[in-house]
Design a protein around this ligand. Structure first.
Ligand code: FAD
Ligand code: FES
Length: 229
């Protein structure tokens, strides 16, 4: 059974955890509303906002039939965890989120706080979208369009920290370049359209290491240097 709550412009989908493996921050699940409407027969890839205490939660940007069906479903089928999540480093961390990319960060932040100081910078297109900053990090630095999230990040660098980022491709490229400039380790949670989620369809190919690779197998979290290669 699903519980659905509005979080500003986004929607929080809370599922009961049936006791299966919930994986680690940055991994993803293939979610499908049951029964599936014809327009949303294929499952949609979504990373958990958090898992634990009997709950698996997802923050959704409702874009089309698949995500809308999830918010209206009485039952949701969950396949996962899939892919490679974040490699949690010791010491201070900087979290960077752009738009719905922030969805992946609450669970990561909780885990990283056990290892060192965590700073969070988030960028959104409107105040309504920025409401979700409260569930990511109440102390986050938040910027709104047209200010880019790389502006507050640049003020934090150089730093003896690991940067973890999720957001649109152009934001990830800018974050990767900034971290490379300051020689700061950086991991990116990337997105691609995923039909299967386990390596069979090749629909999720992205440029990594200068060639095309399946994001569902190599990622979705990858070292930033692999994107810049
Ligand atoms: C590993 C991974 C984790 C994700 N985590 C989240 C999450 O936590 N919360 C969330 O809201 N979304 C997440 N997404 C994106 C989500 O999978 C897509 O938004 C969703 O599939 C759109 O389905 P739809 O049926 O609602 O829209 P569709 O009708 O399929 O598409 C609507 C619009 O969204 C675009 N779109 C579709 N799929 C993607 C995609 N994968 N990336 C970018 N744009 C897309 C389409 O081009 C179209 O413009 C994640 C994607 C991946 C690959
Ligand atoms: S989603 Fe099918 S191969 Fe990656």
């Amino acid at each position: 059974m699903a519980a659905v709550e509005a979080v500003g412009a986004y929607t929080l989908l809370r599922l009961g955890d049936d006791g299966g493996d919930t994986g680690a921050p940055g991994q993803f699940f293939m979610l499908r509303a049951e029964p599936a409407p014809a327009a949303a027969y294929l499952p949609r890839a979504v990373s958990a906002a958090w898992a634990g205490d009997g709950e698996l939660a997802f923050l959704l940007d409702v874009r089309g039939a698949g995500t809308r069906a999830l918010t209206e479903a009485r039952t949701v089928s969950v396949v996962g965890p899939l892919g490679r999540g974040f490699d949690l480093a010791a010491g201070p961390s900087i979290l960077v989120g752009g738009g719905i990319g922030a969805a992946i960060l609450p669970w990561l932040r909780r885990r990283l706080e056990q290892r060192g100081d965590v700073r969070t910078v988030l960028g959104f297109r409107s105040p309504e979208h920025a409401v979700c900053a409260g569930i990511v990090d109440p102390d986050a630095t938040v910027v709104l369009d047209p200010v880019l999230v790389t502006e507050p990040l640049a003020r934090l660098l150089p730093a003896s920290a690991t940067v973890y980022a999720c957001g649109p491709d152009r934001m990830l490229e800018a974050v990767a370049a900034l971290c490379a400039e300051h020689d700061v380790p950086c991991q990116l949670a990337m997105e691609a359209a995923m039909a299967c989620g386990f390596g069979a369809c090749y629909g999720c190919a992205v440029r990594l290491d200068g060639t095309w690779k399946r994001l569902c197998i190599e990622g979705p979290v990858v070292e930033a240097a692999r994107v810049l290669a």
